[in-house]
Design a protein around this ligand. Structure first.
Ligand code: CP
Ligand code: NVA
Length: 308
């Protein structure tokens, strides 16, 4: 009898549209009933492993798991034997005997892939240098709360074609919206992911001019100029300076366009204070929705519908 393969949540593109929709539905139910929803994680423990800093991911997973009845075990990779060279494969085999799921934030997508290959329990992507799928589930939840179905809408990404941008590209394919990305040539999303999107028939377009990207968009999204996996330096800042989201740029988008940013933000770099602290900004609703969206993800990996 071969044991059933665990459900991993590694990337948006691994899941079909119906599954992603189910996760968002559970998320919305958990949000509406935050104080009295079911506790389908009763008796379950979830390891949360961080090899990089985190505020939102760490707190939203820890609190969310507790609110679902489960027991979070927060670990810093540097304090584990992982930090002294124990293999990811052995870590996966050992943790699979203690806990019921693992969330990993790591610098390398290959680490996440290896963990999921050797774990006999679900593995969740809490950000790699390549993608950030939990963030995009929260972002779509936020968009739809405020503007209705995202399908058929125009979303603009302005700045670095980074990990968050990649998960947005995958979401454009699955949720069937138009995604226009304005990036400097050196910081375009990887060609392989753009080719994947094209093969999926996704409406994803990369342009240079931020104004061309945001024209008519219902949502403008940006992110830090220097991600945790990037070397900081003057050249990145120079390349990205023309991609700052300003009030002038927001004026080119649809009149009711939302502004999103996964946070942490750097006012005066990727976005002006006027925009991120202004009326179109929904960044704190977005941050809150990490909690609710991840409850949907947790319910799915544990094969419950969010009920007991
Ligand atoms: N947006 C996000 O993932 O934030 P943290 O790095 O604080 O977890
Ligand atoms: N692109 C950013 C996102 C942080 C949540 C980074 O990887 O640092």
């Amino acid at each position: 009898d071969t044991p059933k393969a665990p459900r991993h949540f590694l990337d948006i593109r691994d899941l079909d549209a119906a599954t992603l929709r189910d996760i968002l539905t559970t998320a919305a139910v958990c949000k509406a009933h935050r104080r009295d929803h079911a506790r389908p994680l009763e008796g379950k423990s979830v390891a949360l492993i961080f090899s990089k800093p985190s505020t939102r991911t760490r707190v939203s997973f820890e609190v969310g798991i507790r609110e679902m009845g489960g027991n979070p075990v927060v670990l810093s990779a540097q304090e584990m034997q992982l930090g002294r060279g124990e293999s990811i494969a052995d870590t996966a085999r050992v943790l699979s005997r203690y806990v019921d799921a693992i969330m990993l934030r790591t610098d390398r997508a290959s680490n996440l892939e290896e963990l999921s290959r050797f774990a006999t329990i679900p593995v969740i992507n809490g950000l790699t240098e390549a993608s950030h799928p939990c963030q995009i589930m929260a972002d779509i939840l936020t968009f739809e709360e405020l503007r209705g179905p995202i399908t058929g809408q125009i979303i603009a990404w302005v700045g670095d074609g980074n990990n968050v941008a990649r998960s947005w590209i995958e979401a454009a394919a699955r949720f069937d919206f138009t995604l226009r990305l304005a990036c400097p040539a050196e910081l375009e999303p990887p060609a392989a992911i753009l080719a994947w999107a094209k093969a999926e028939g996704a409406k994803v377009e990369v342009v240079r001019d931020p104004r061309a990207a945001v024209r008519g968009a219902r949502c403008v999204v940006t992110d830090t100029w220097v991600s945790m996996s990037d070397p900081d330096g003057e050249s990145r800042h120079n390349m990205l300076a023309p991609y700052q989201v300003t009030a002038k740029l927001m004026a080119e988008a649809a009149p009711d366009a939302l502004f999103m940013h996964c946070l942490p933000a750097h006012r005066g770099e990727e976005v002006t204070a006027e925009v991120i602290d202004g009326p179109q900004s929904v960044v704190f609703q977005e941050a809150e929705n990490r909690l609710h969206a991840q409850k949907g993800v947790l319910a799915w990996v544990f094969e419950t519908d969010g009920k007991n």
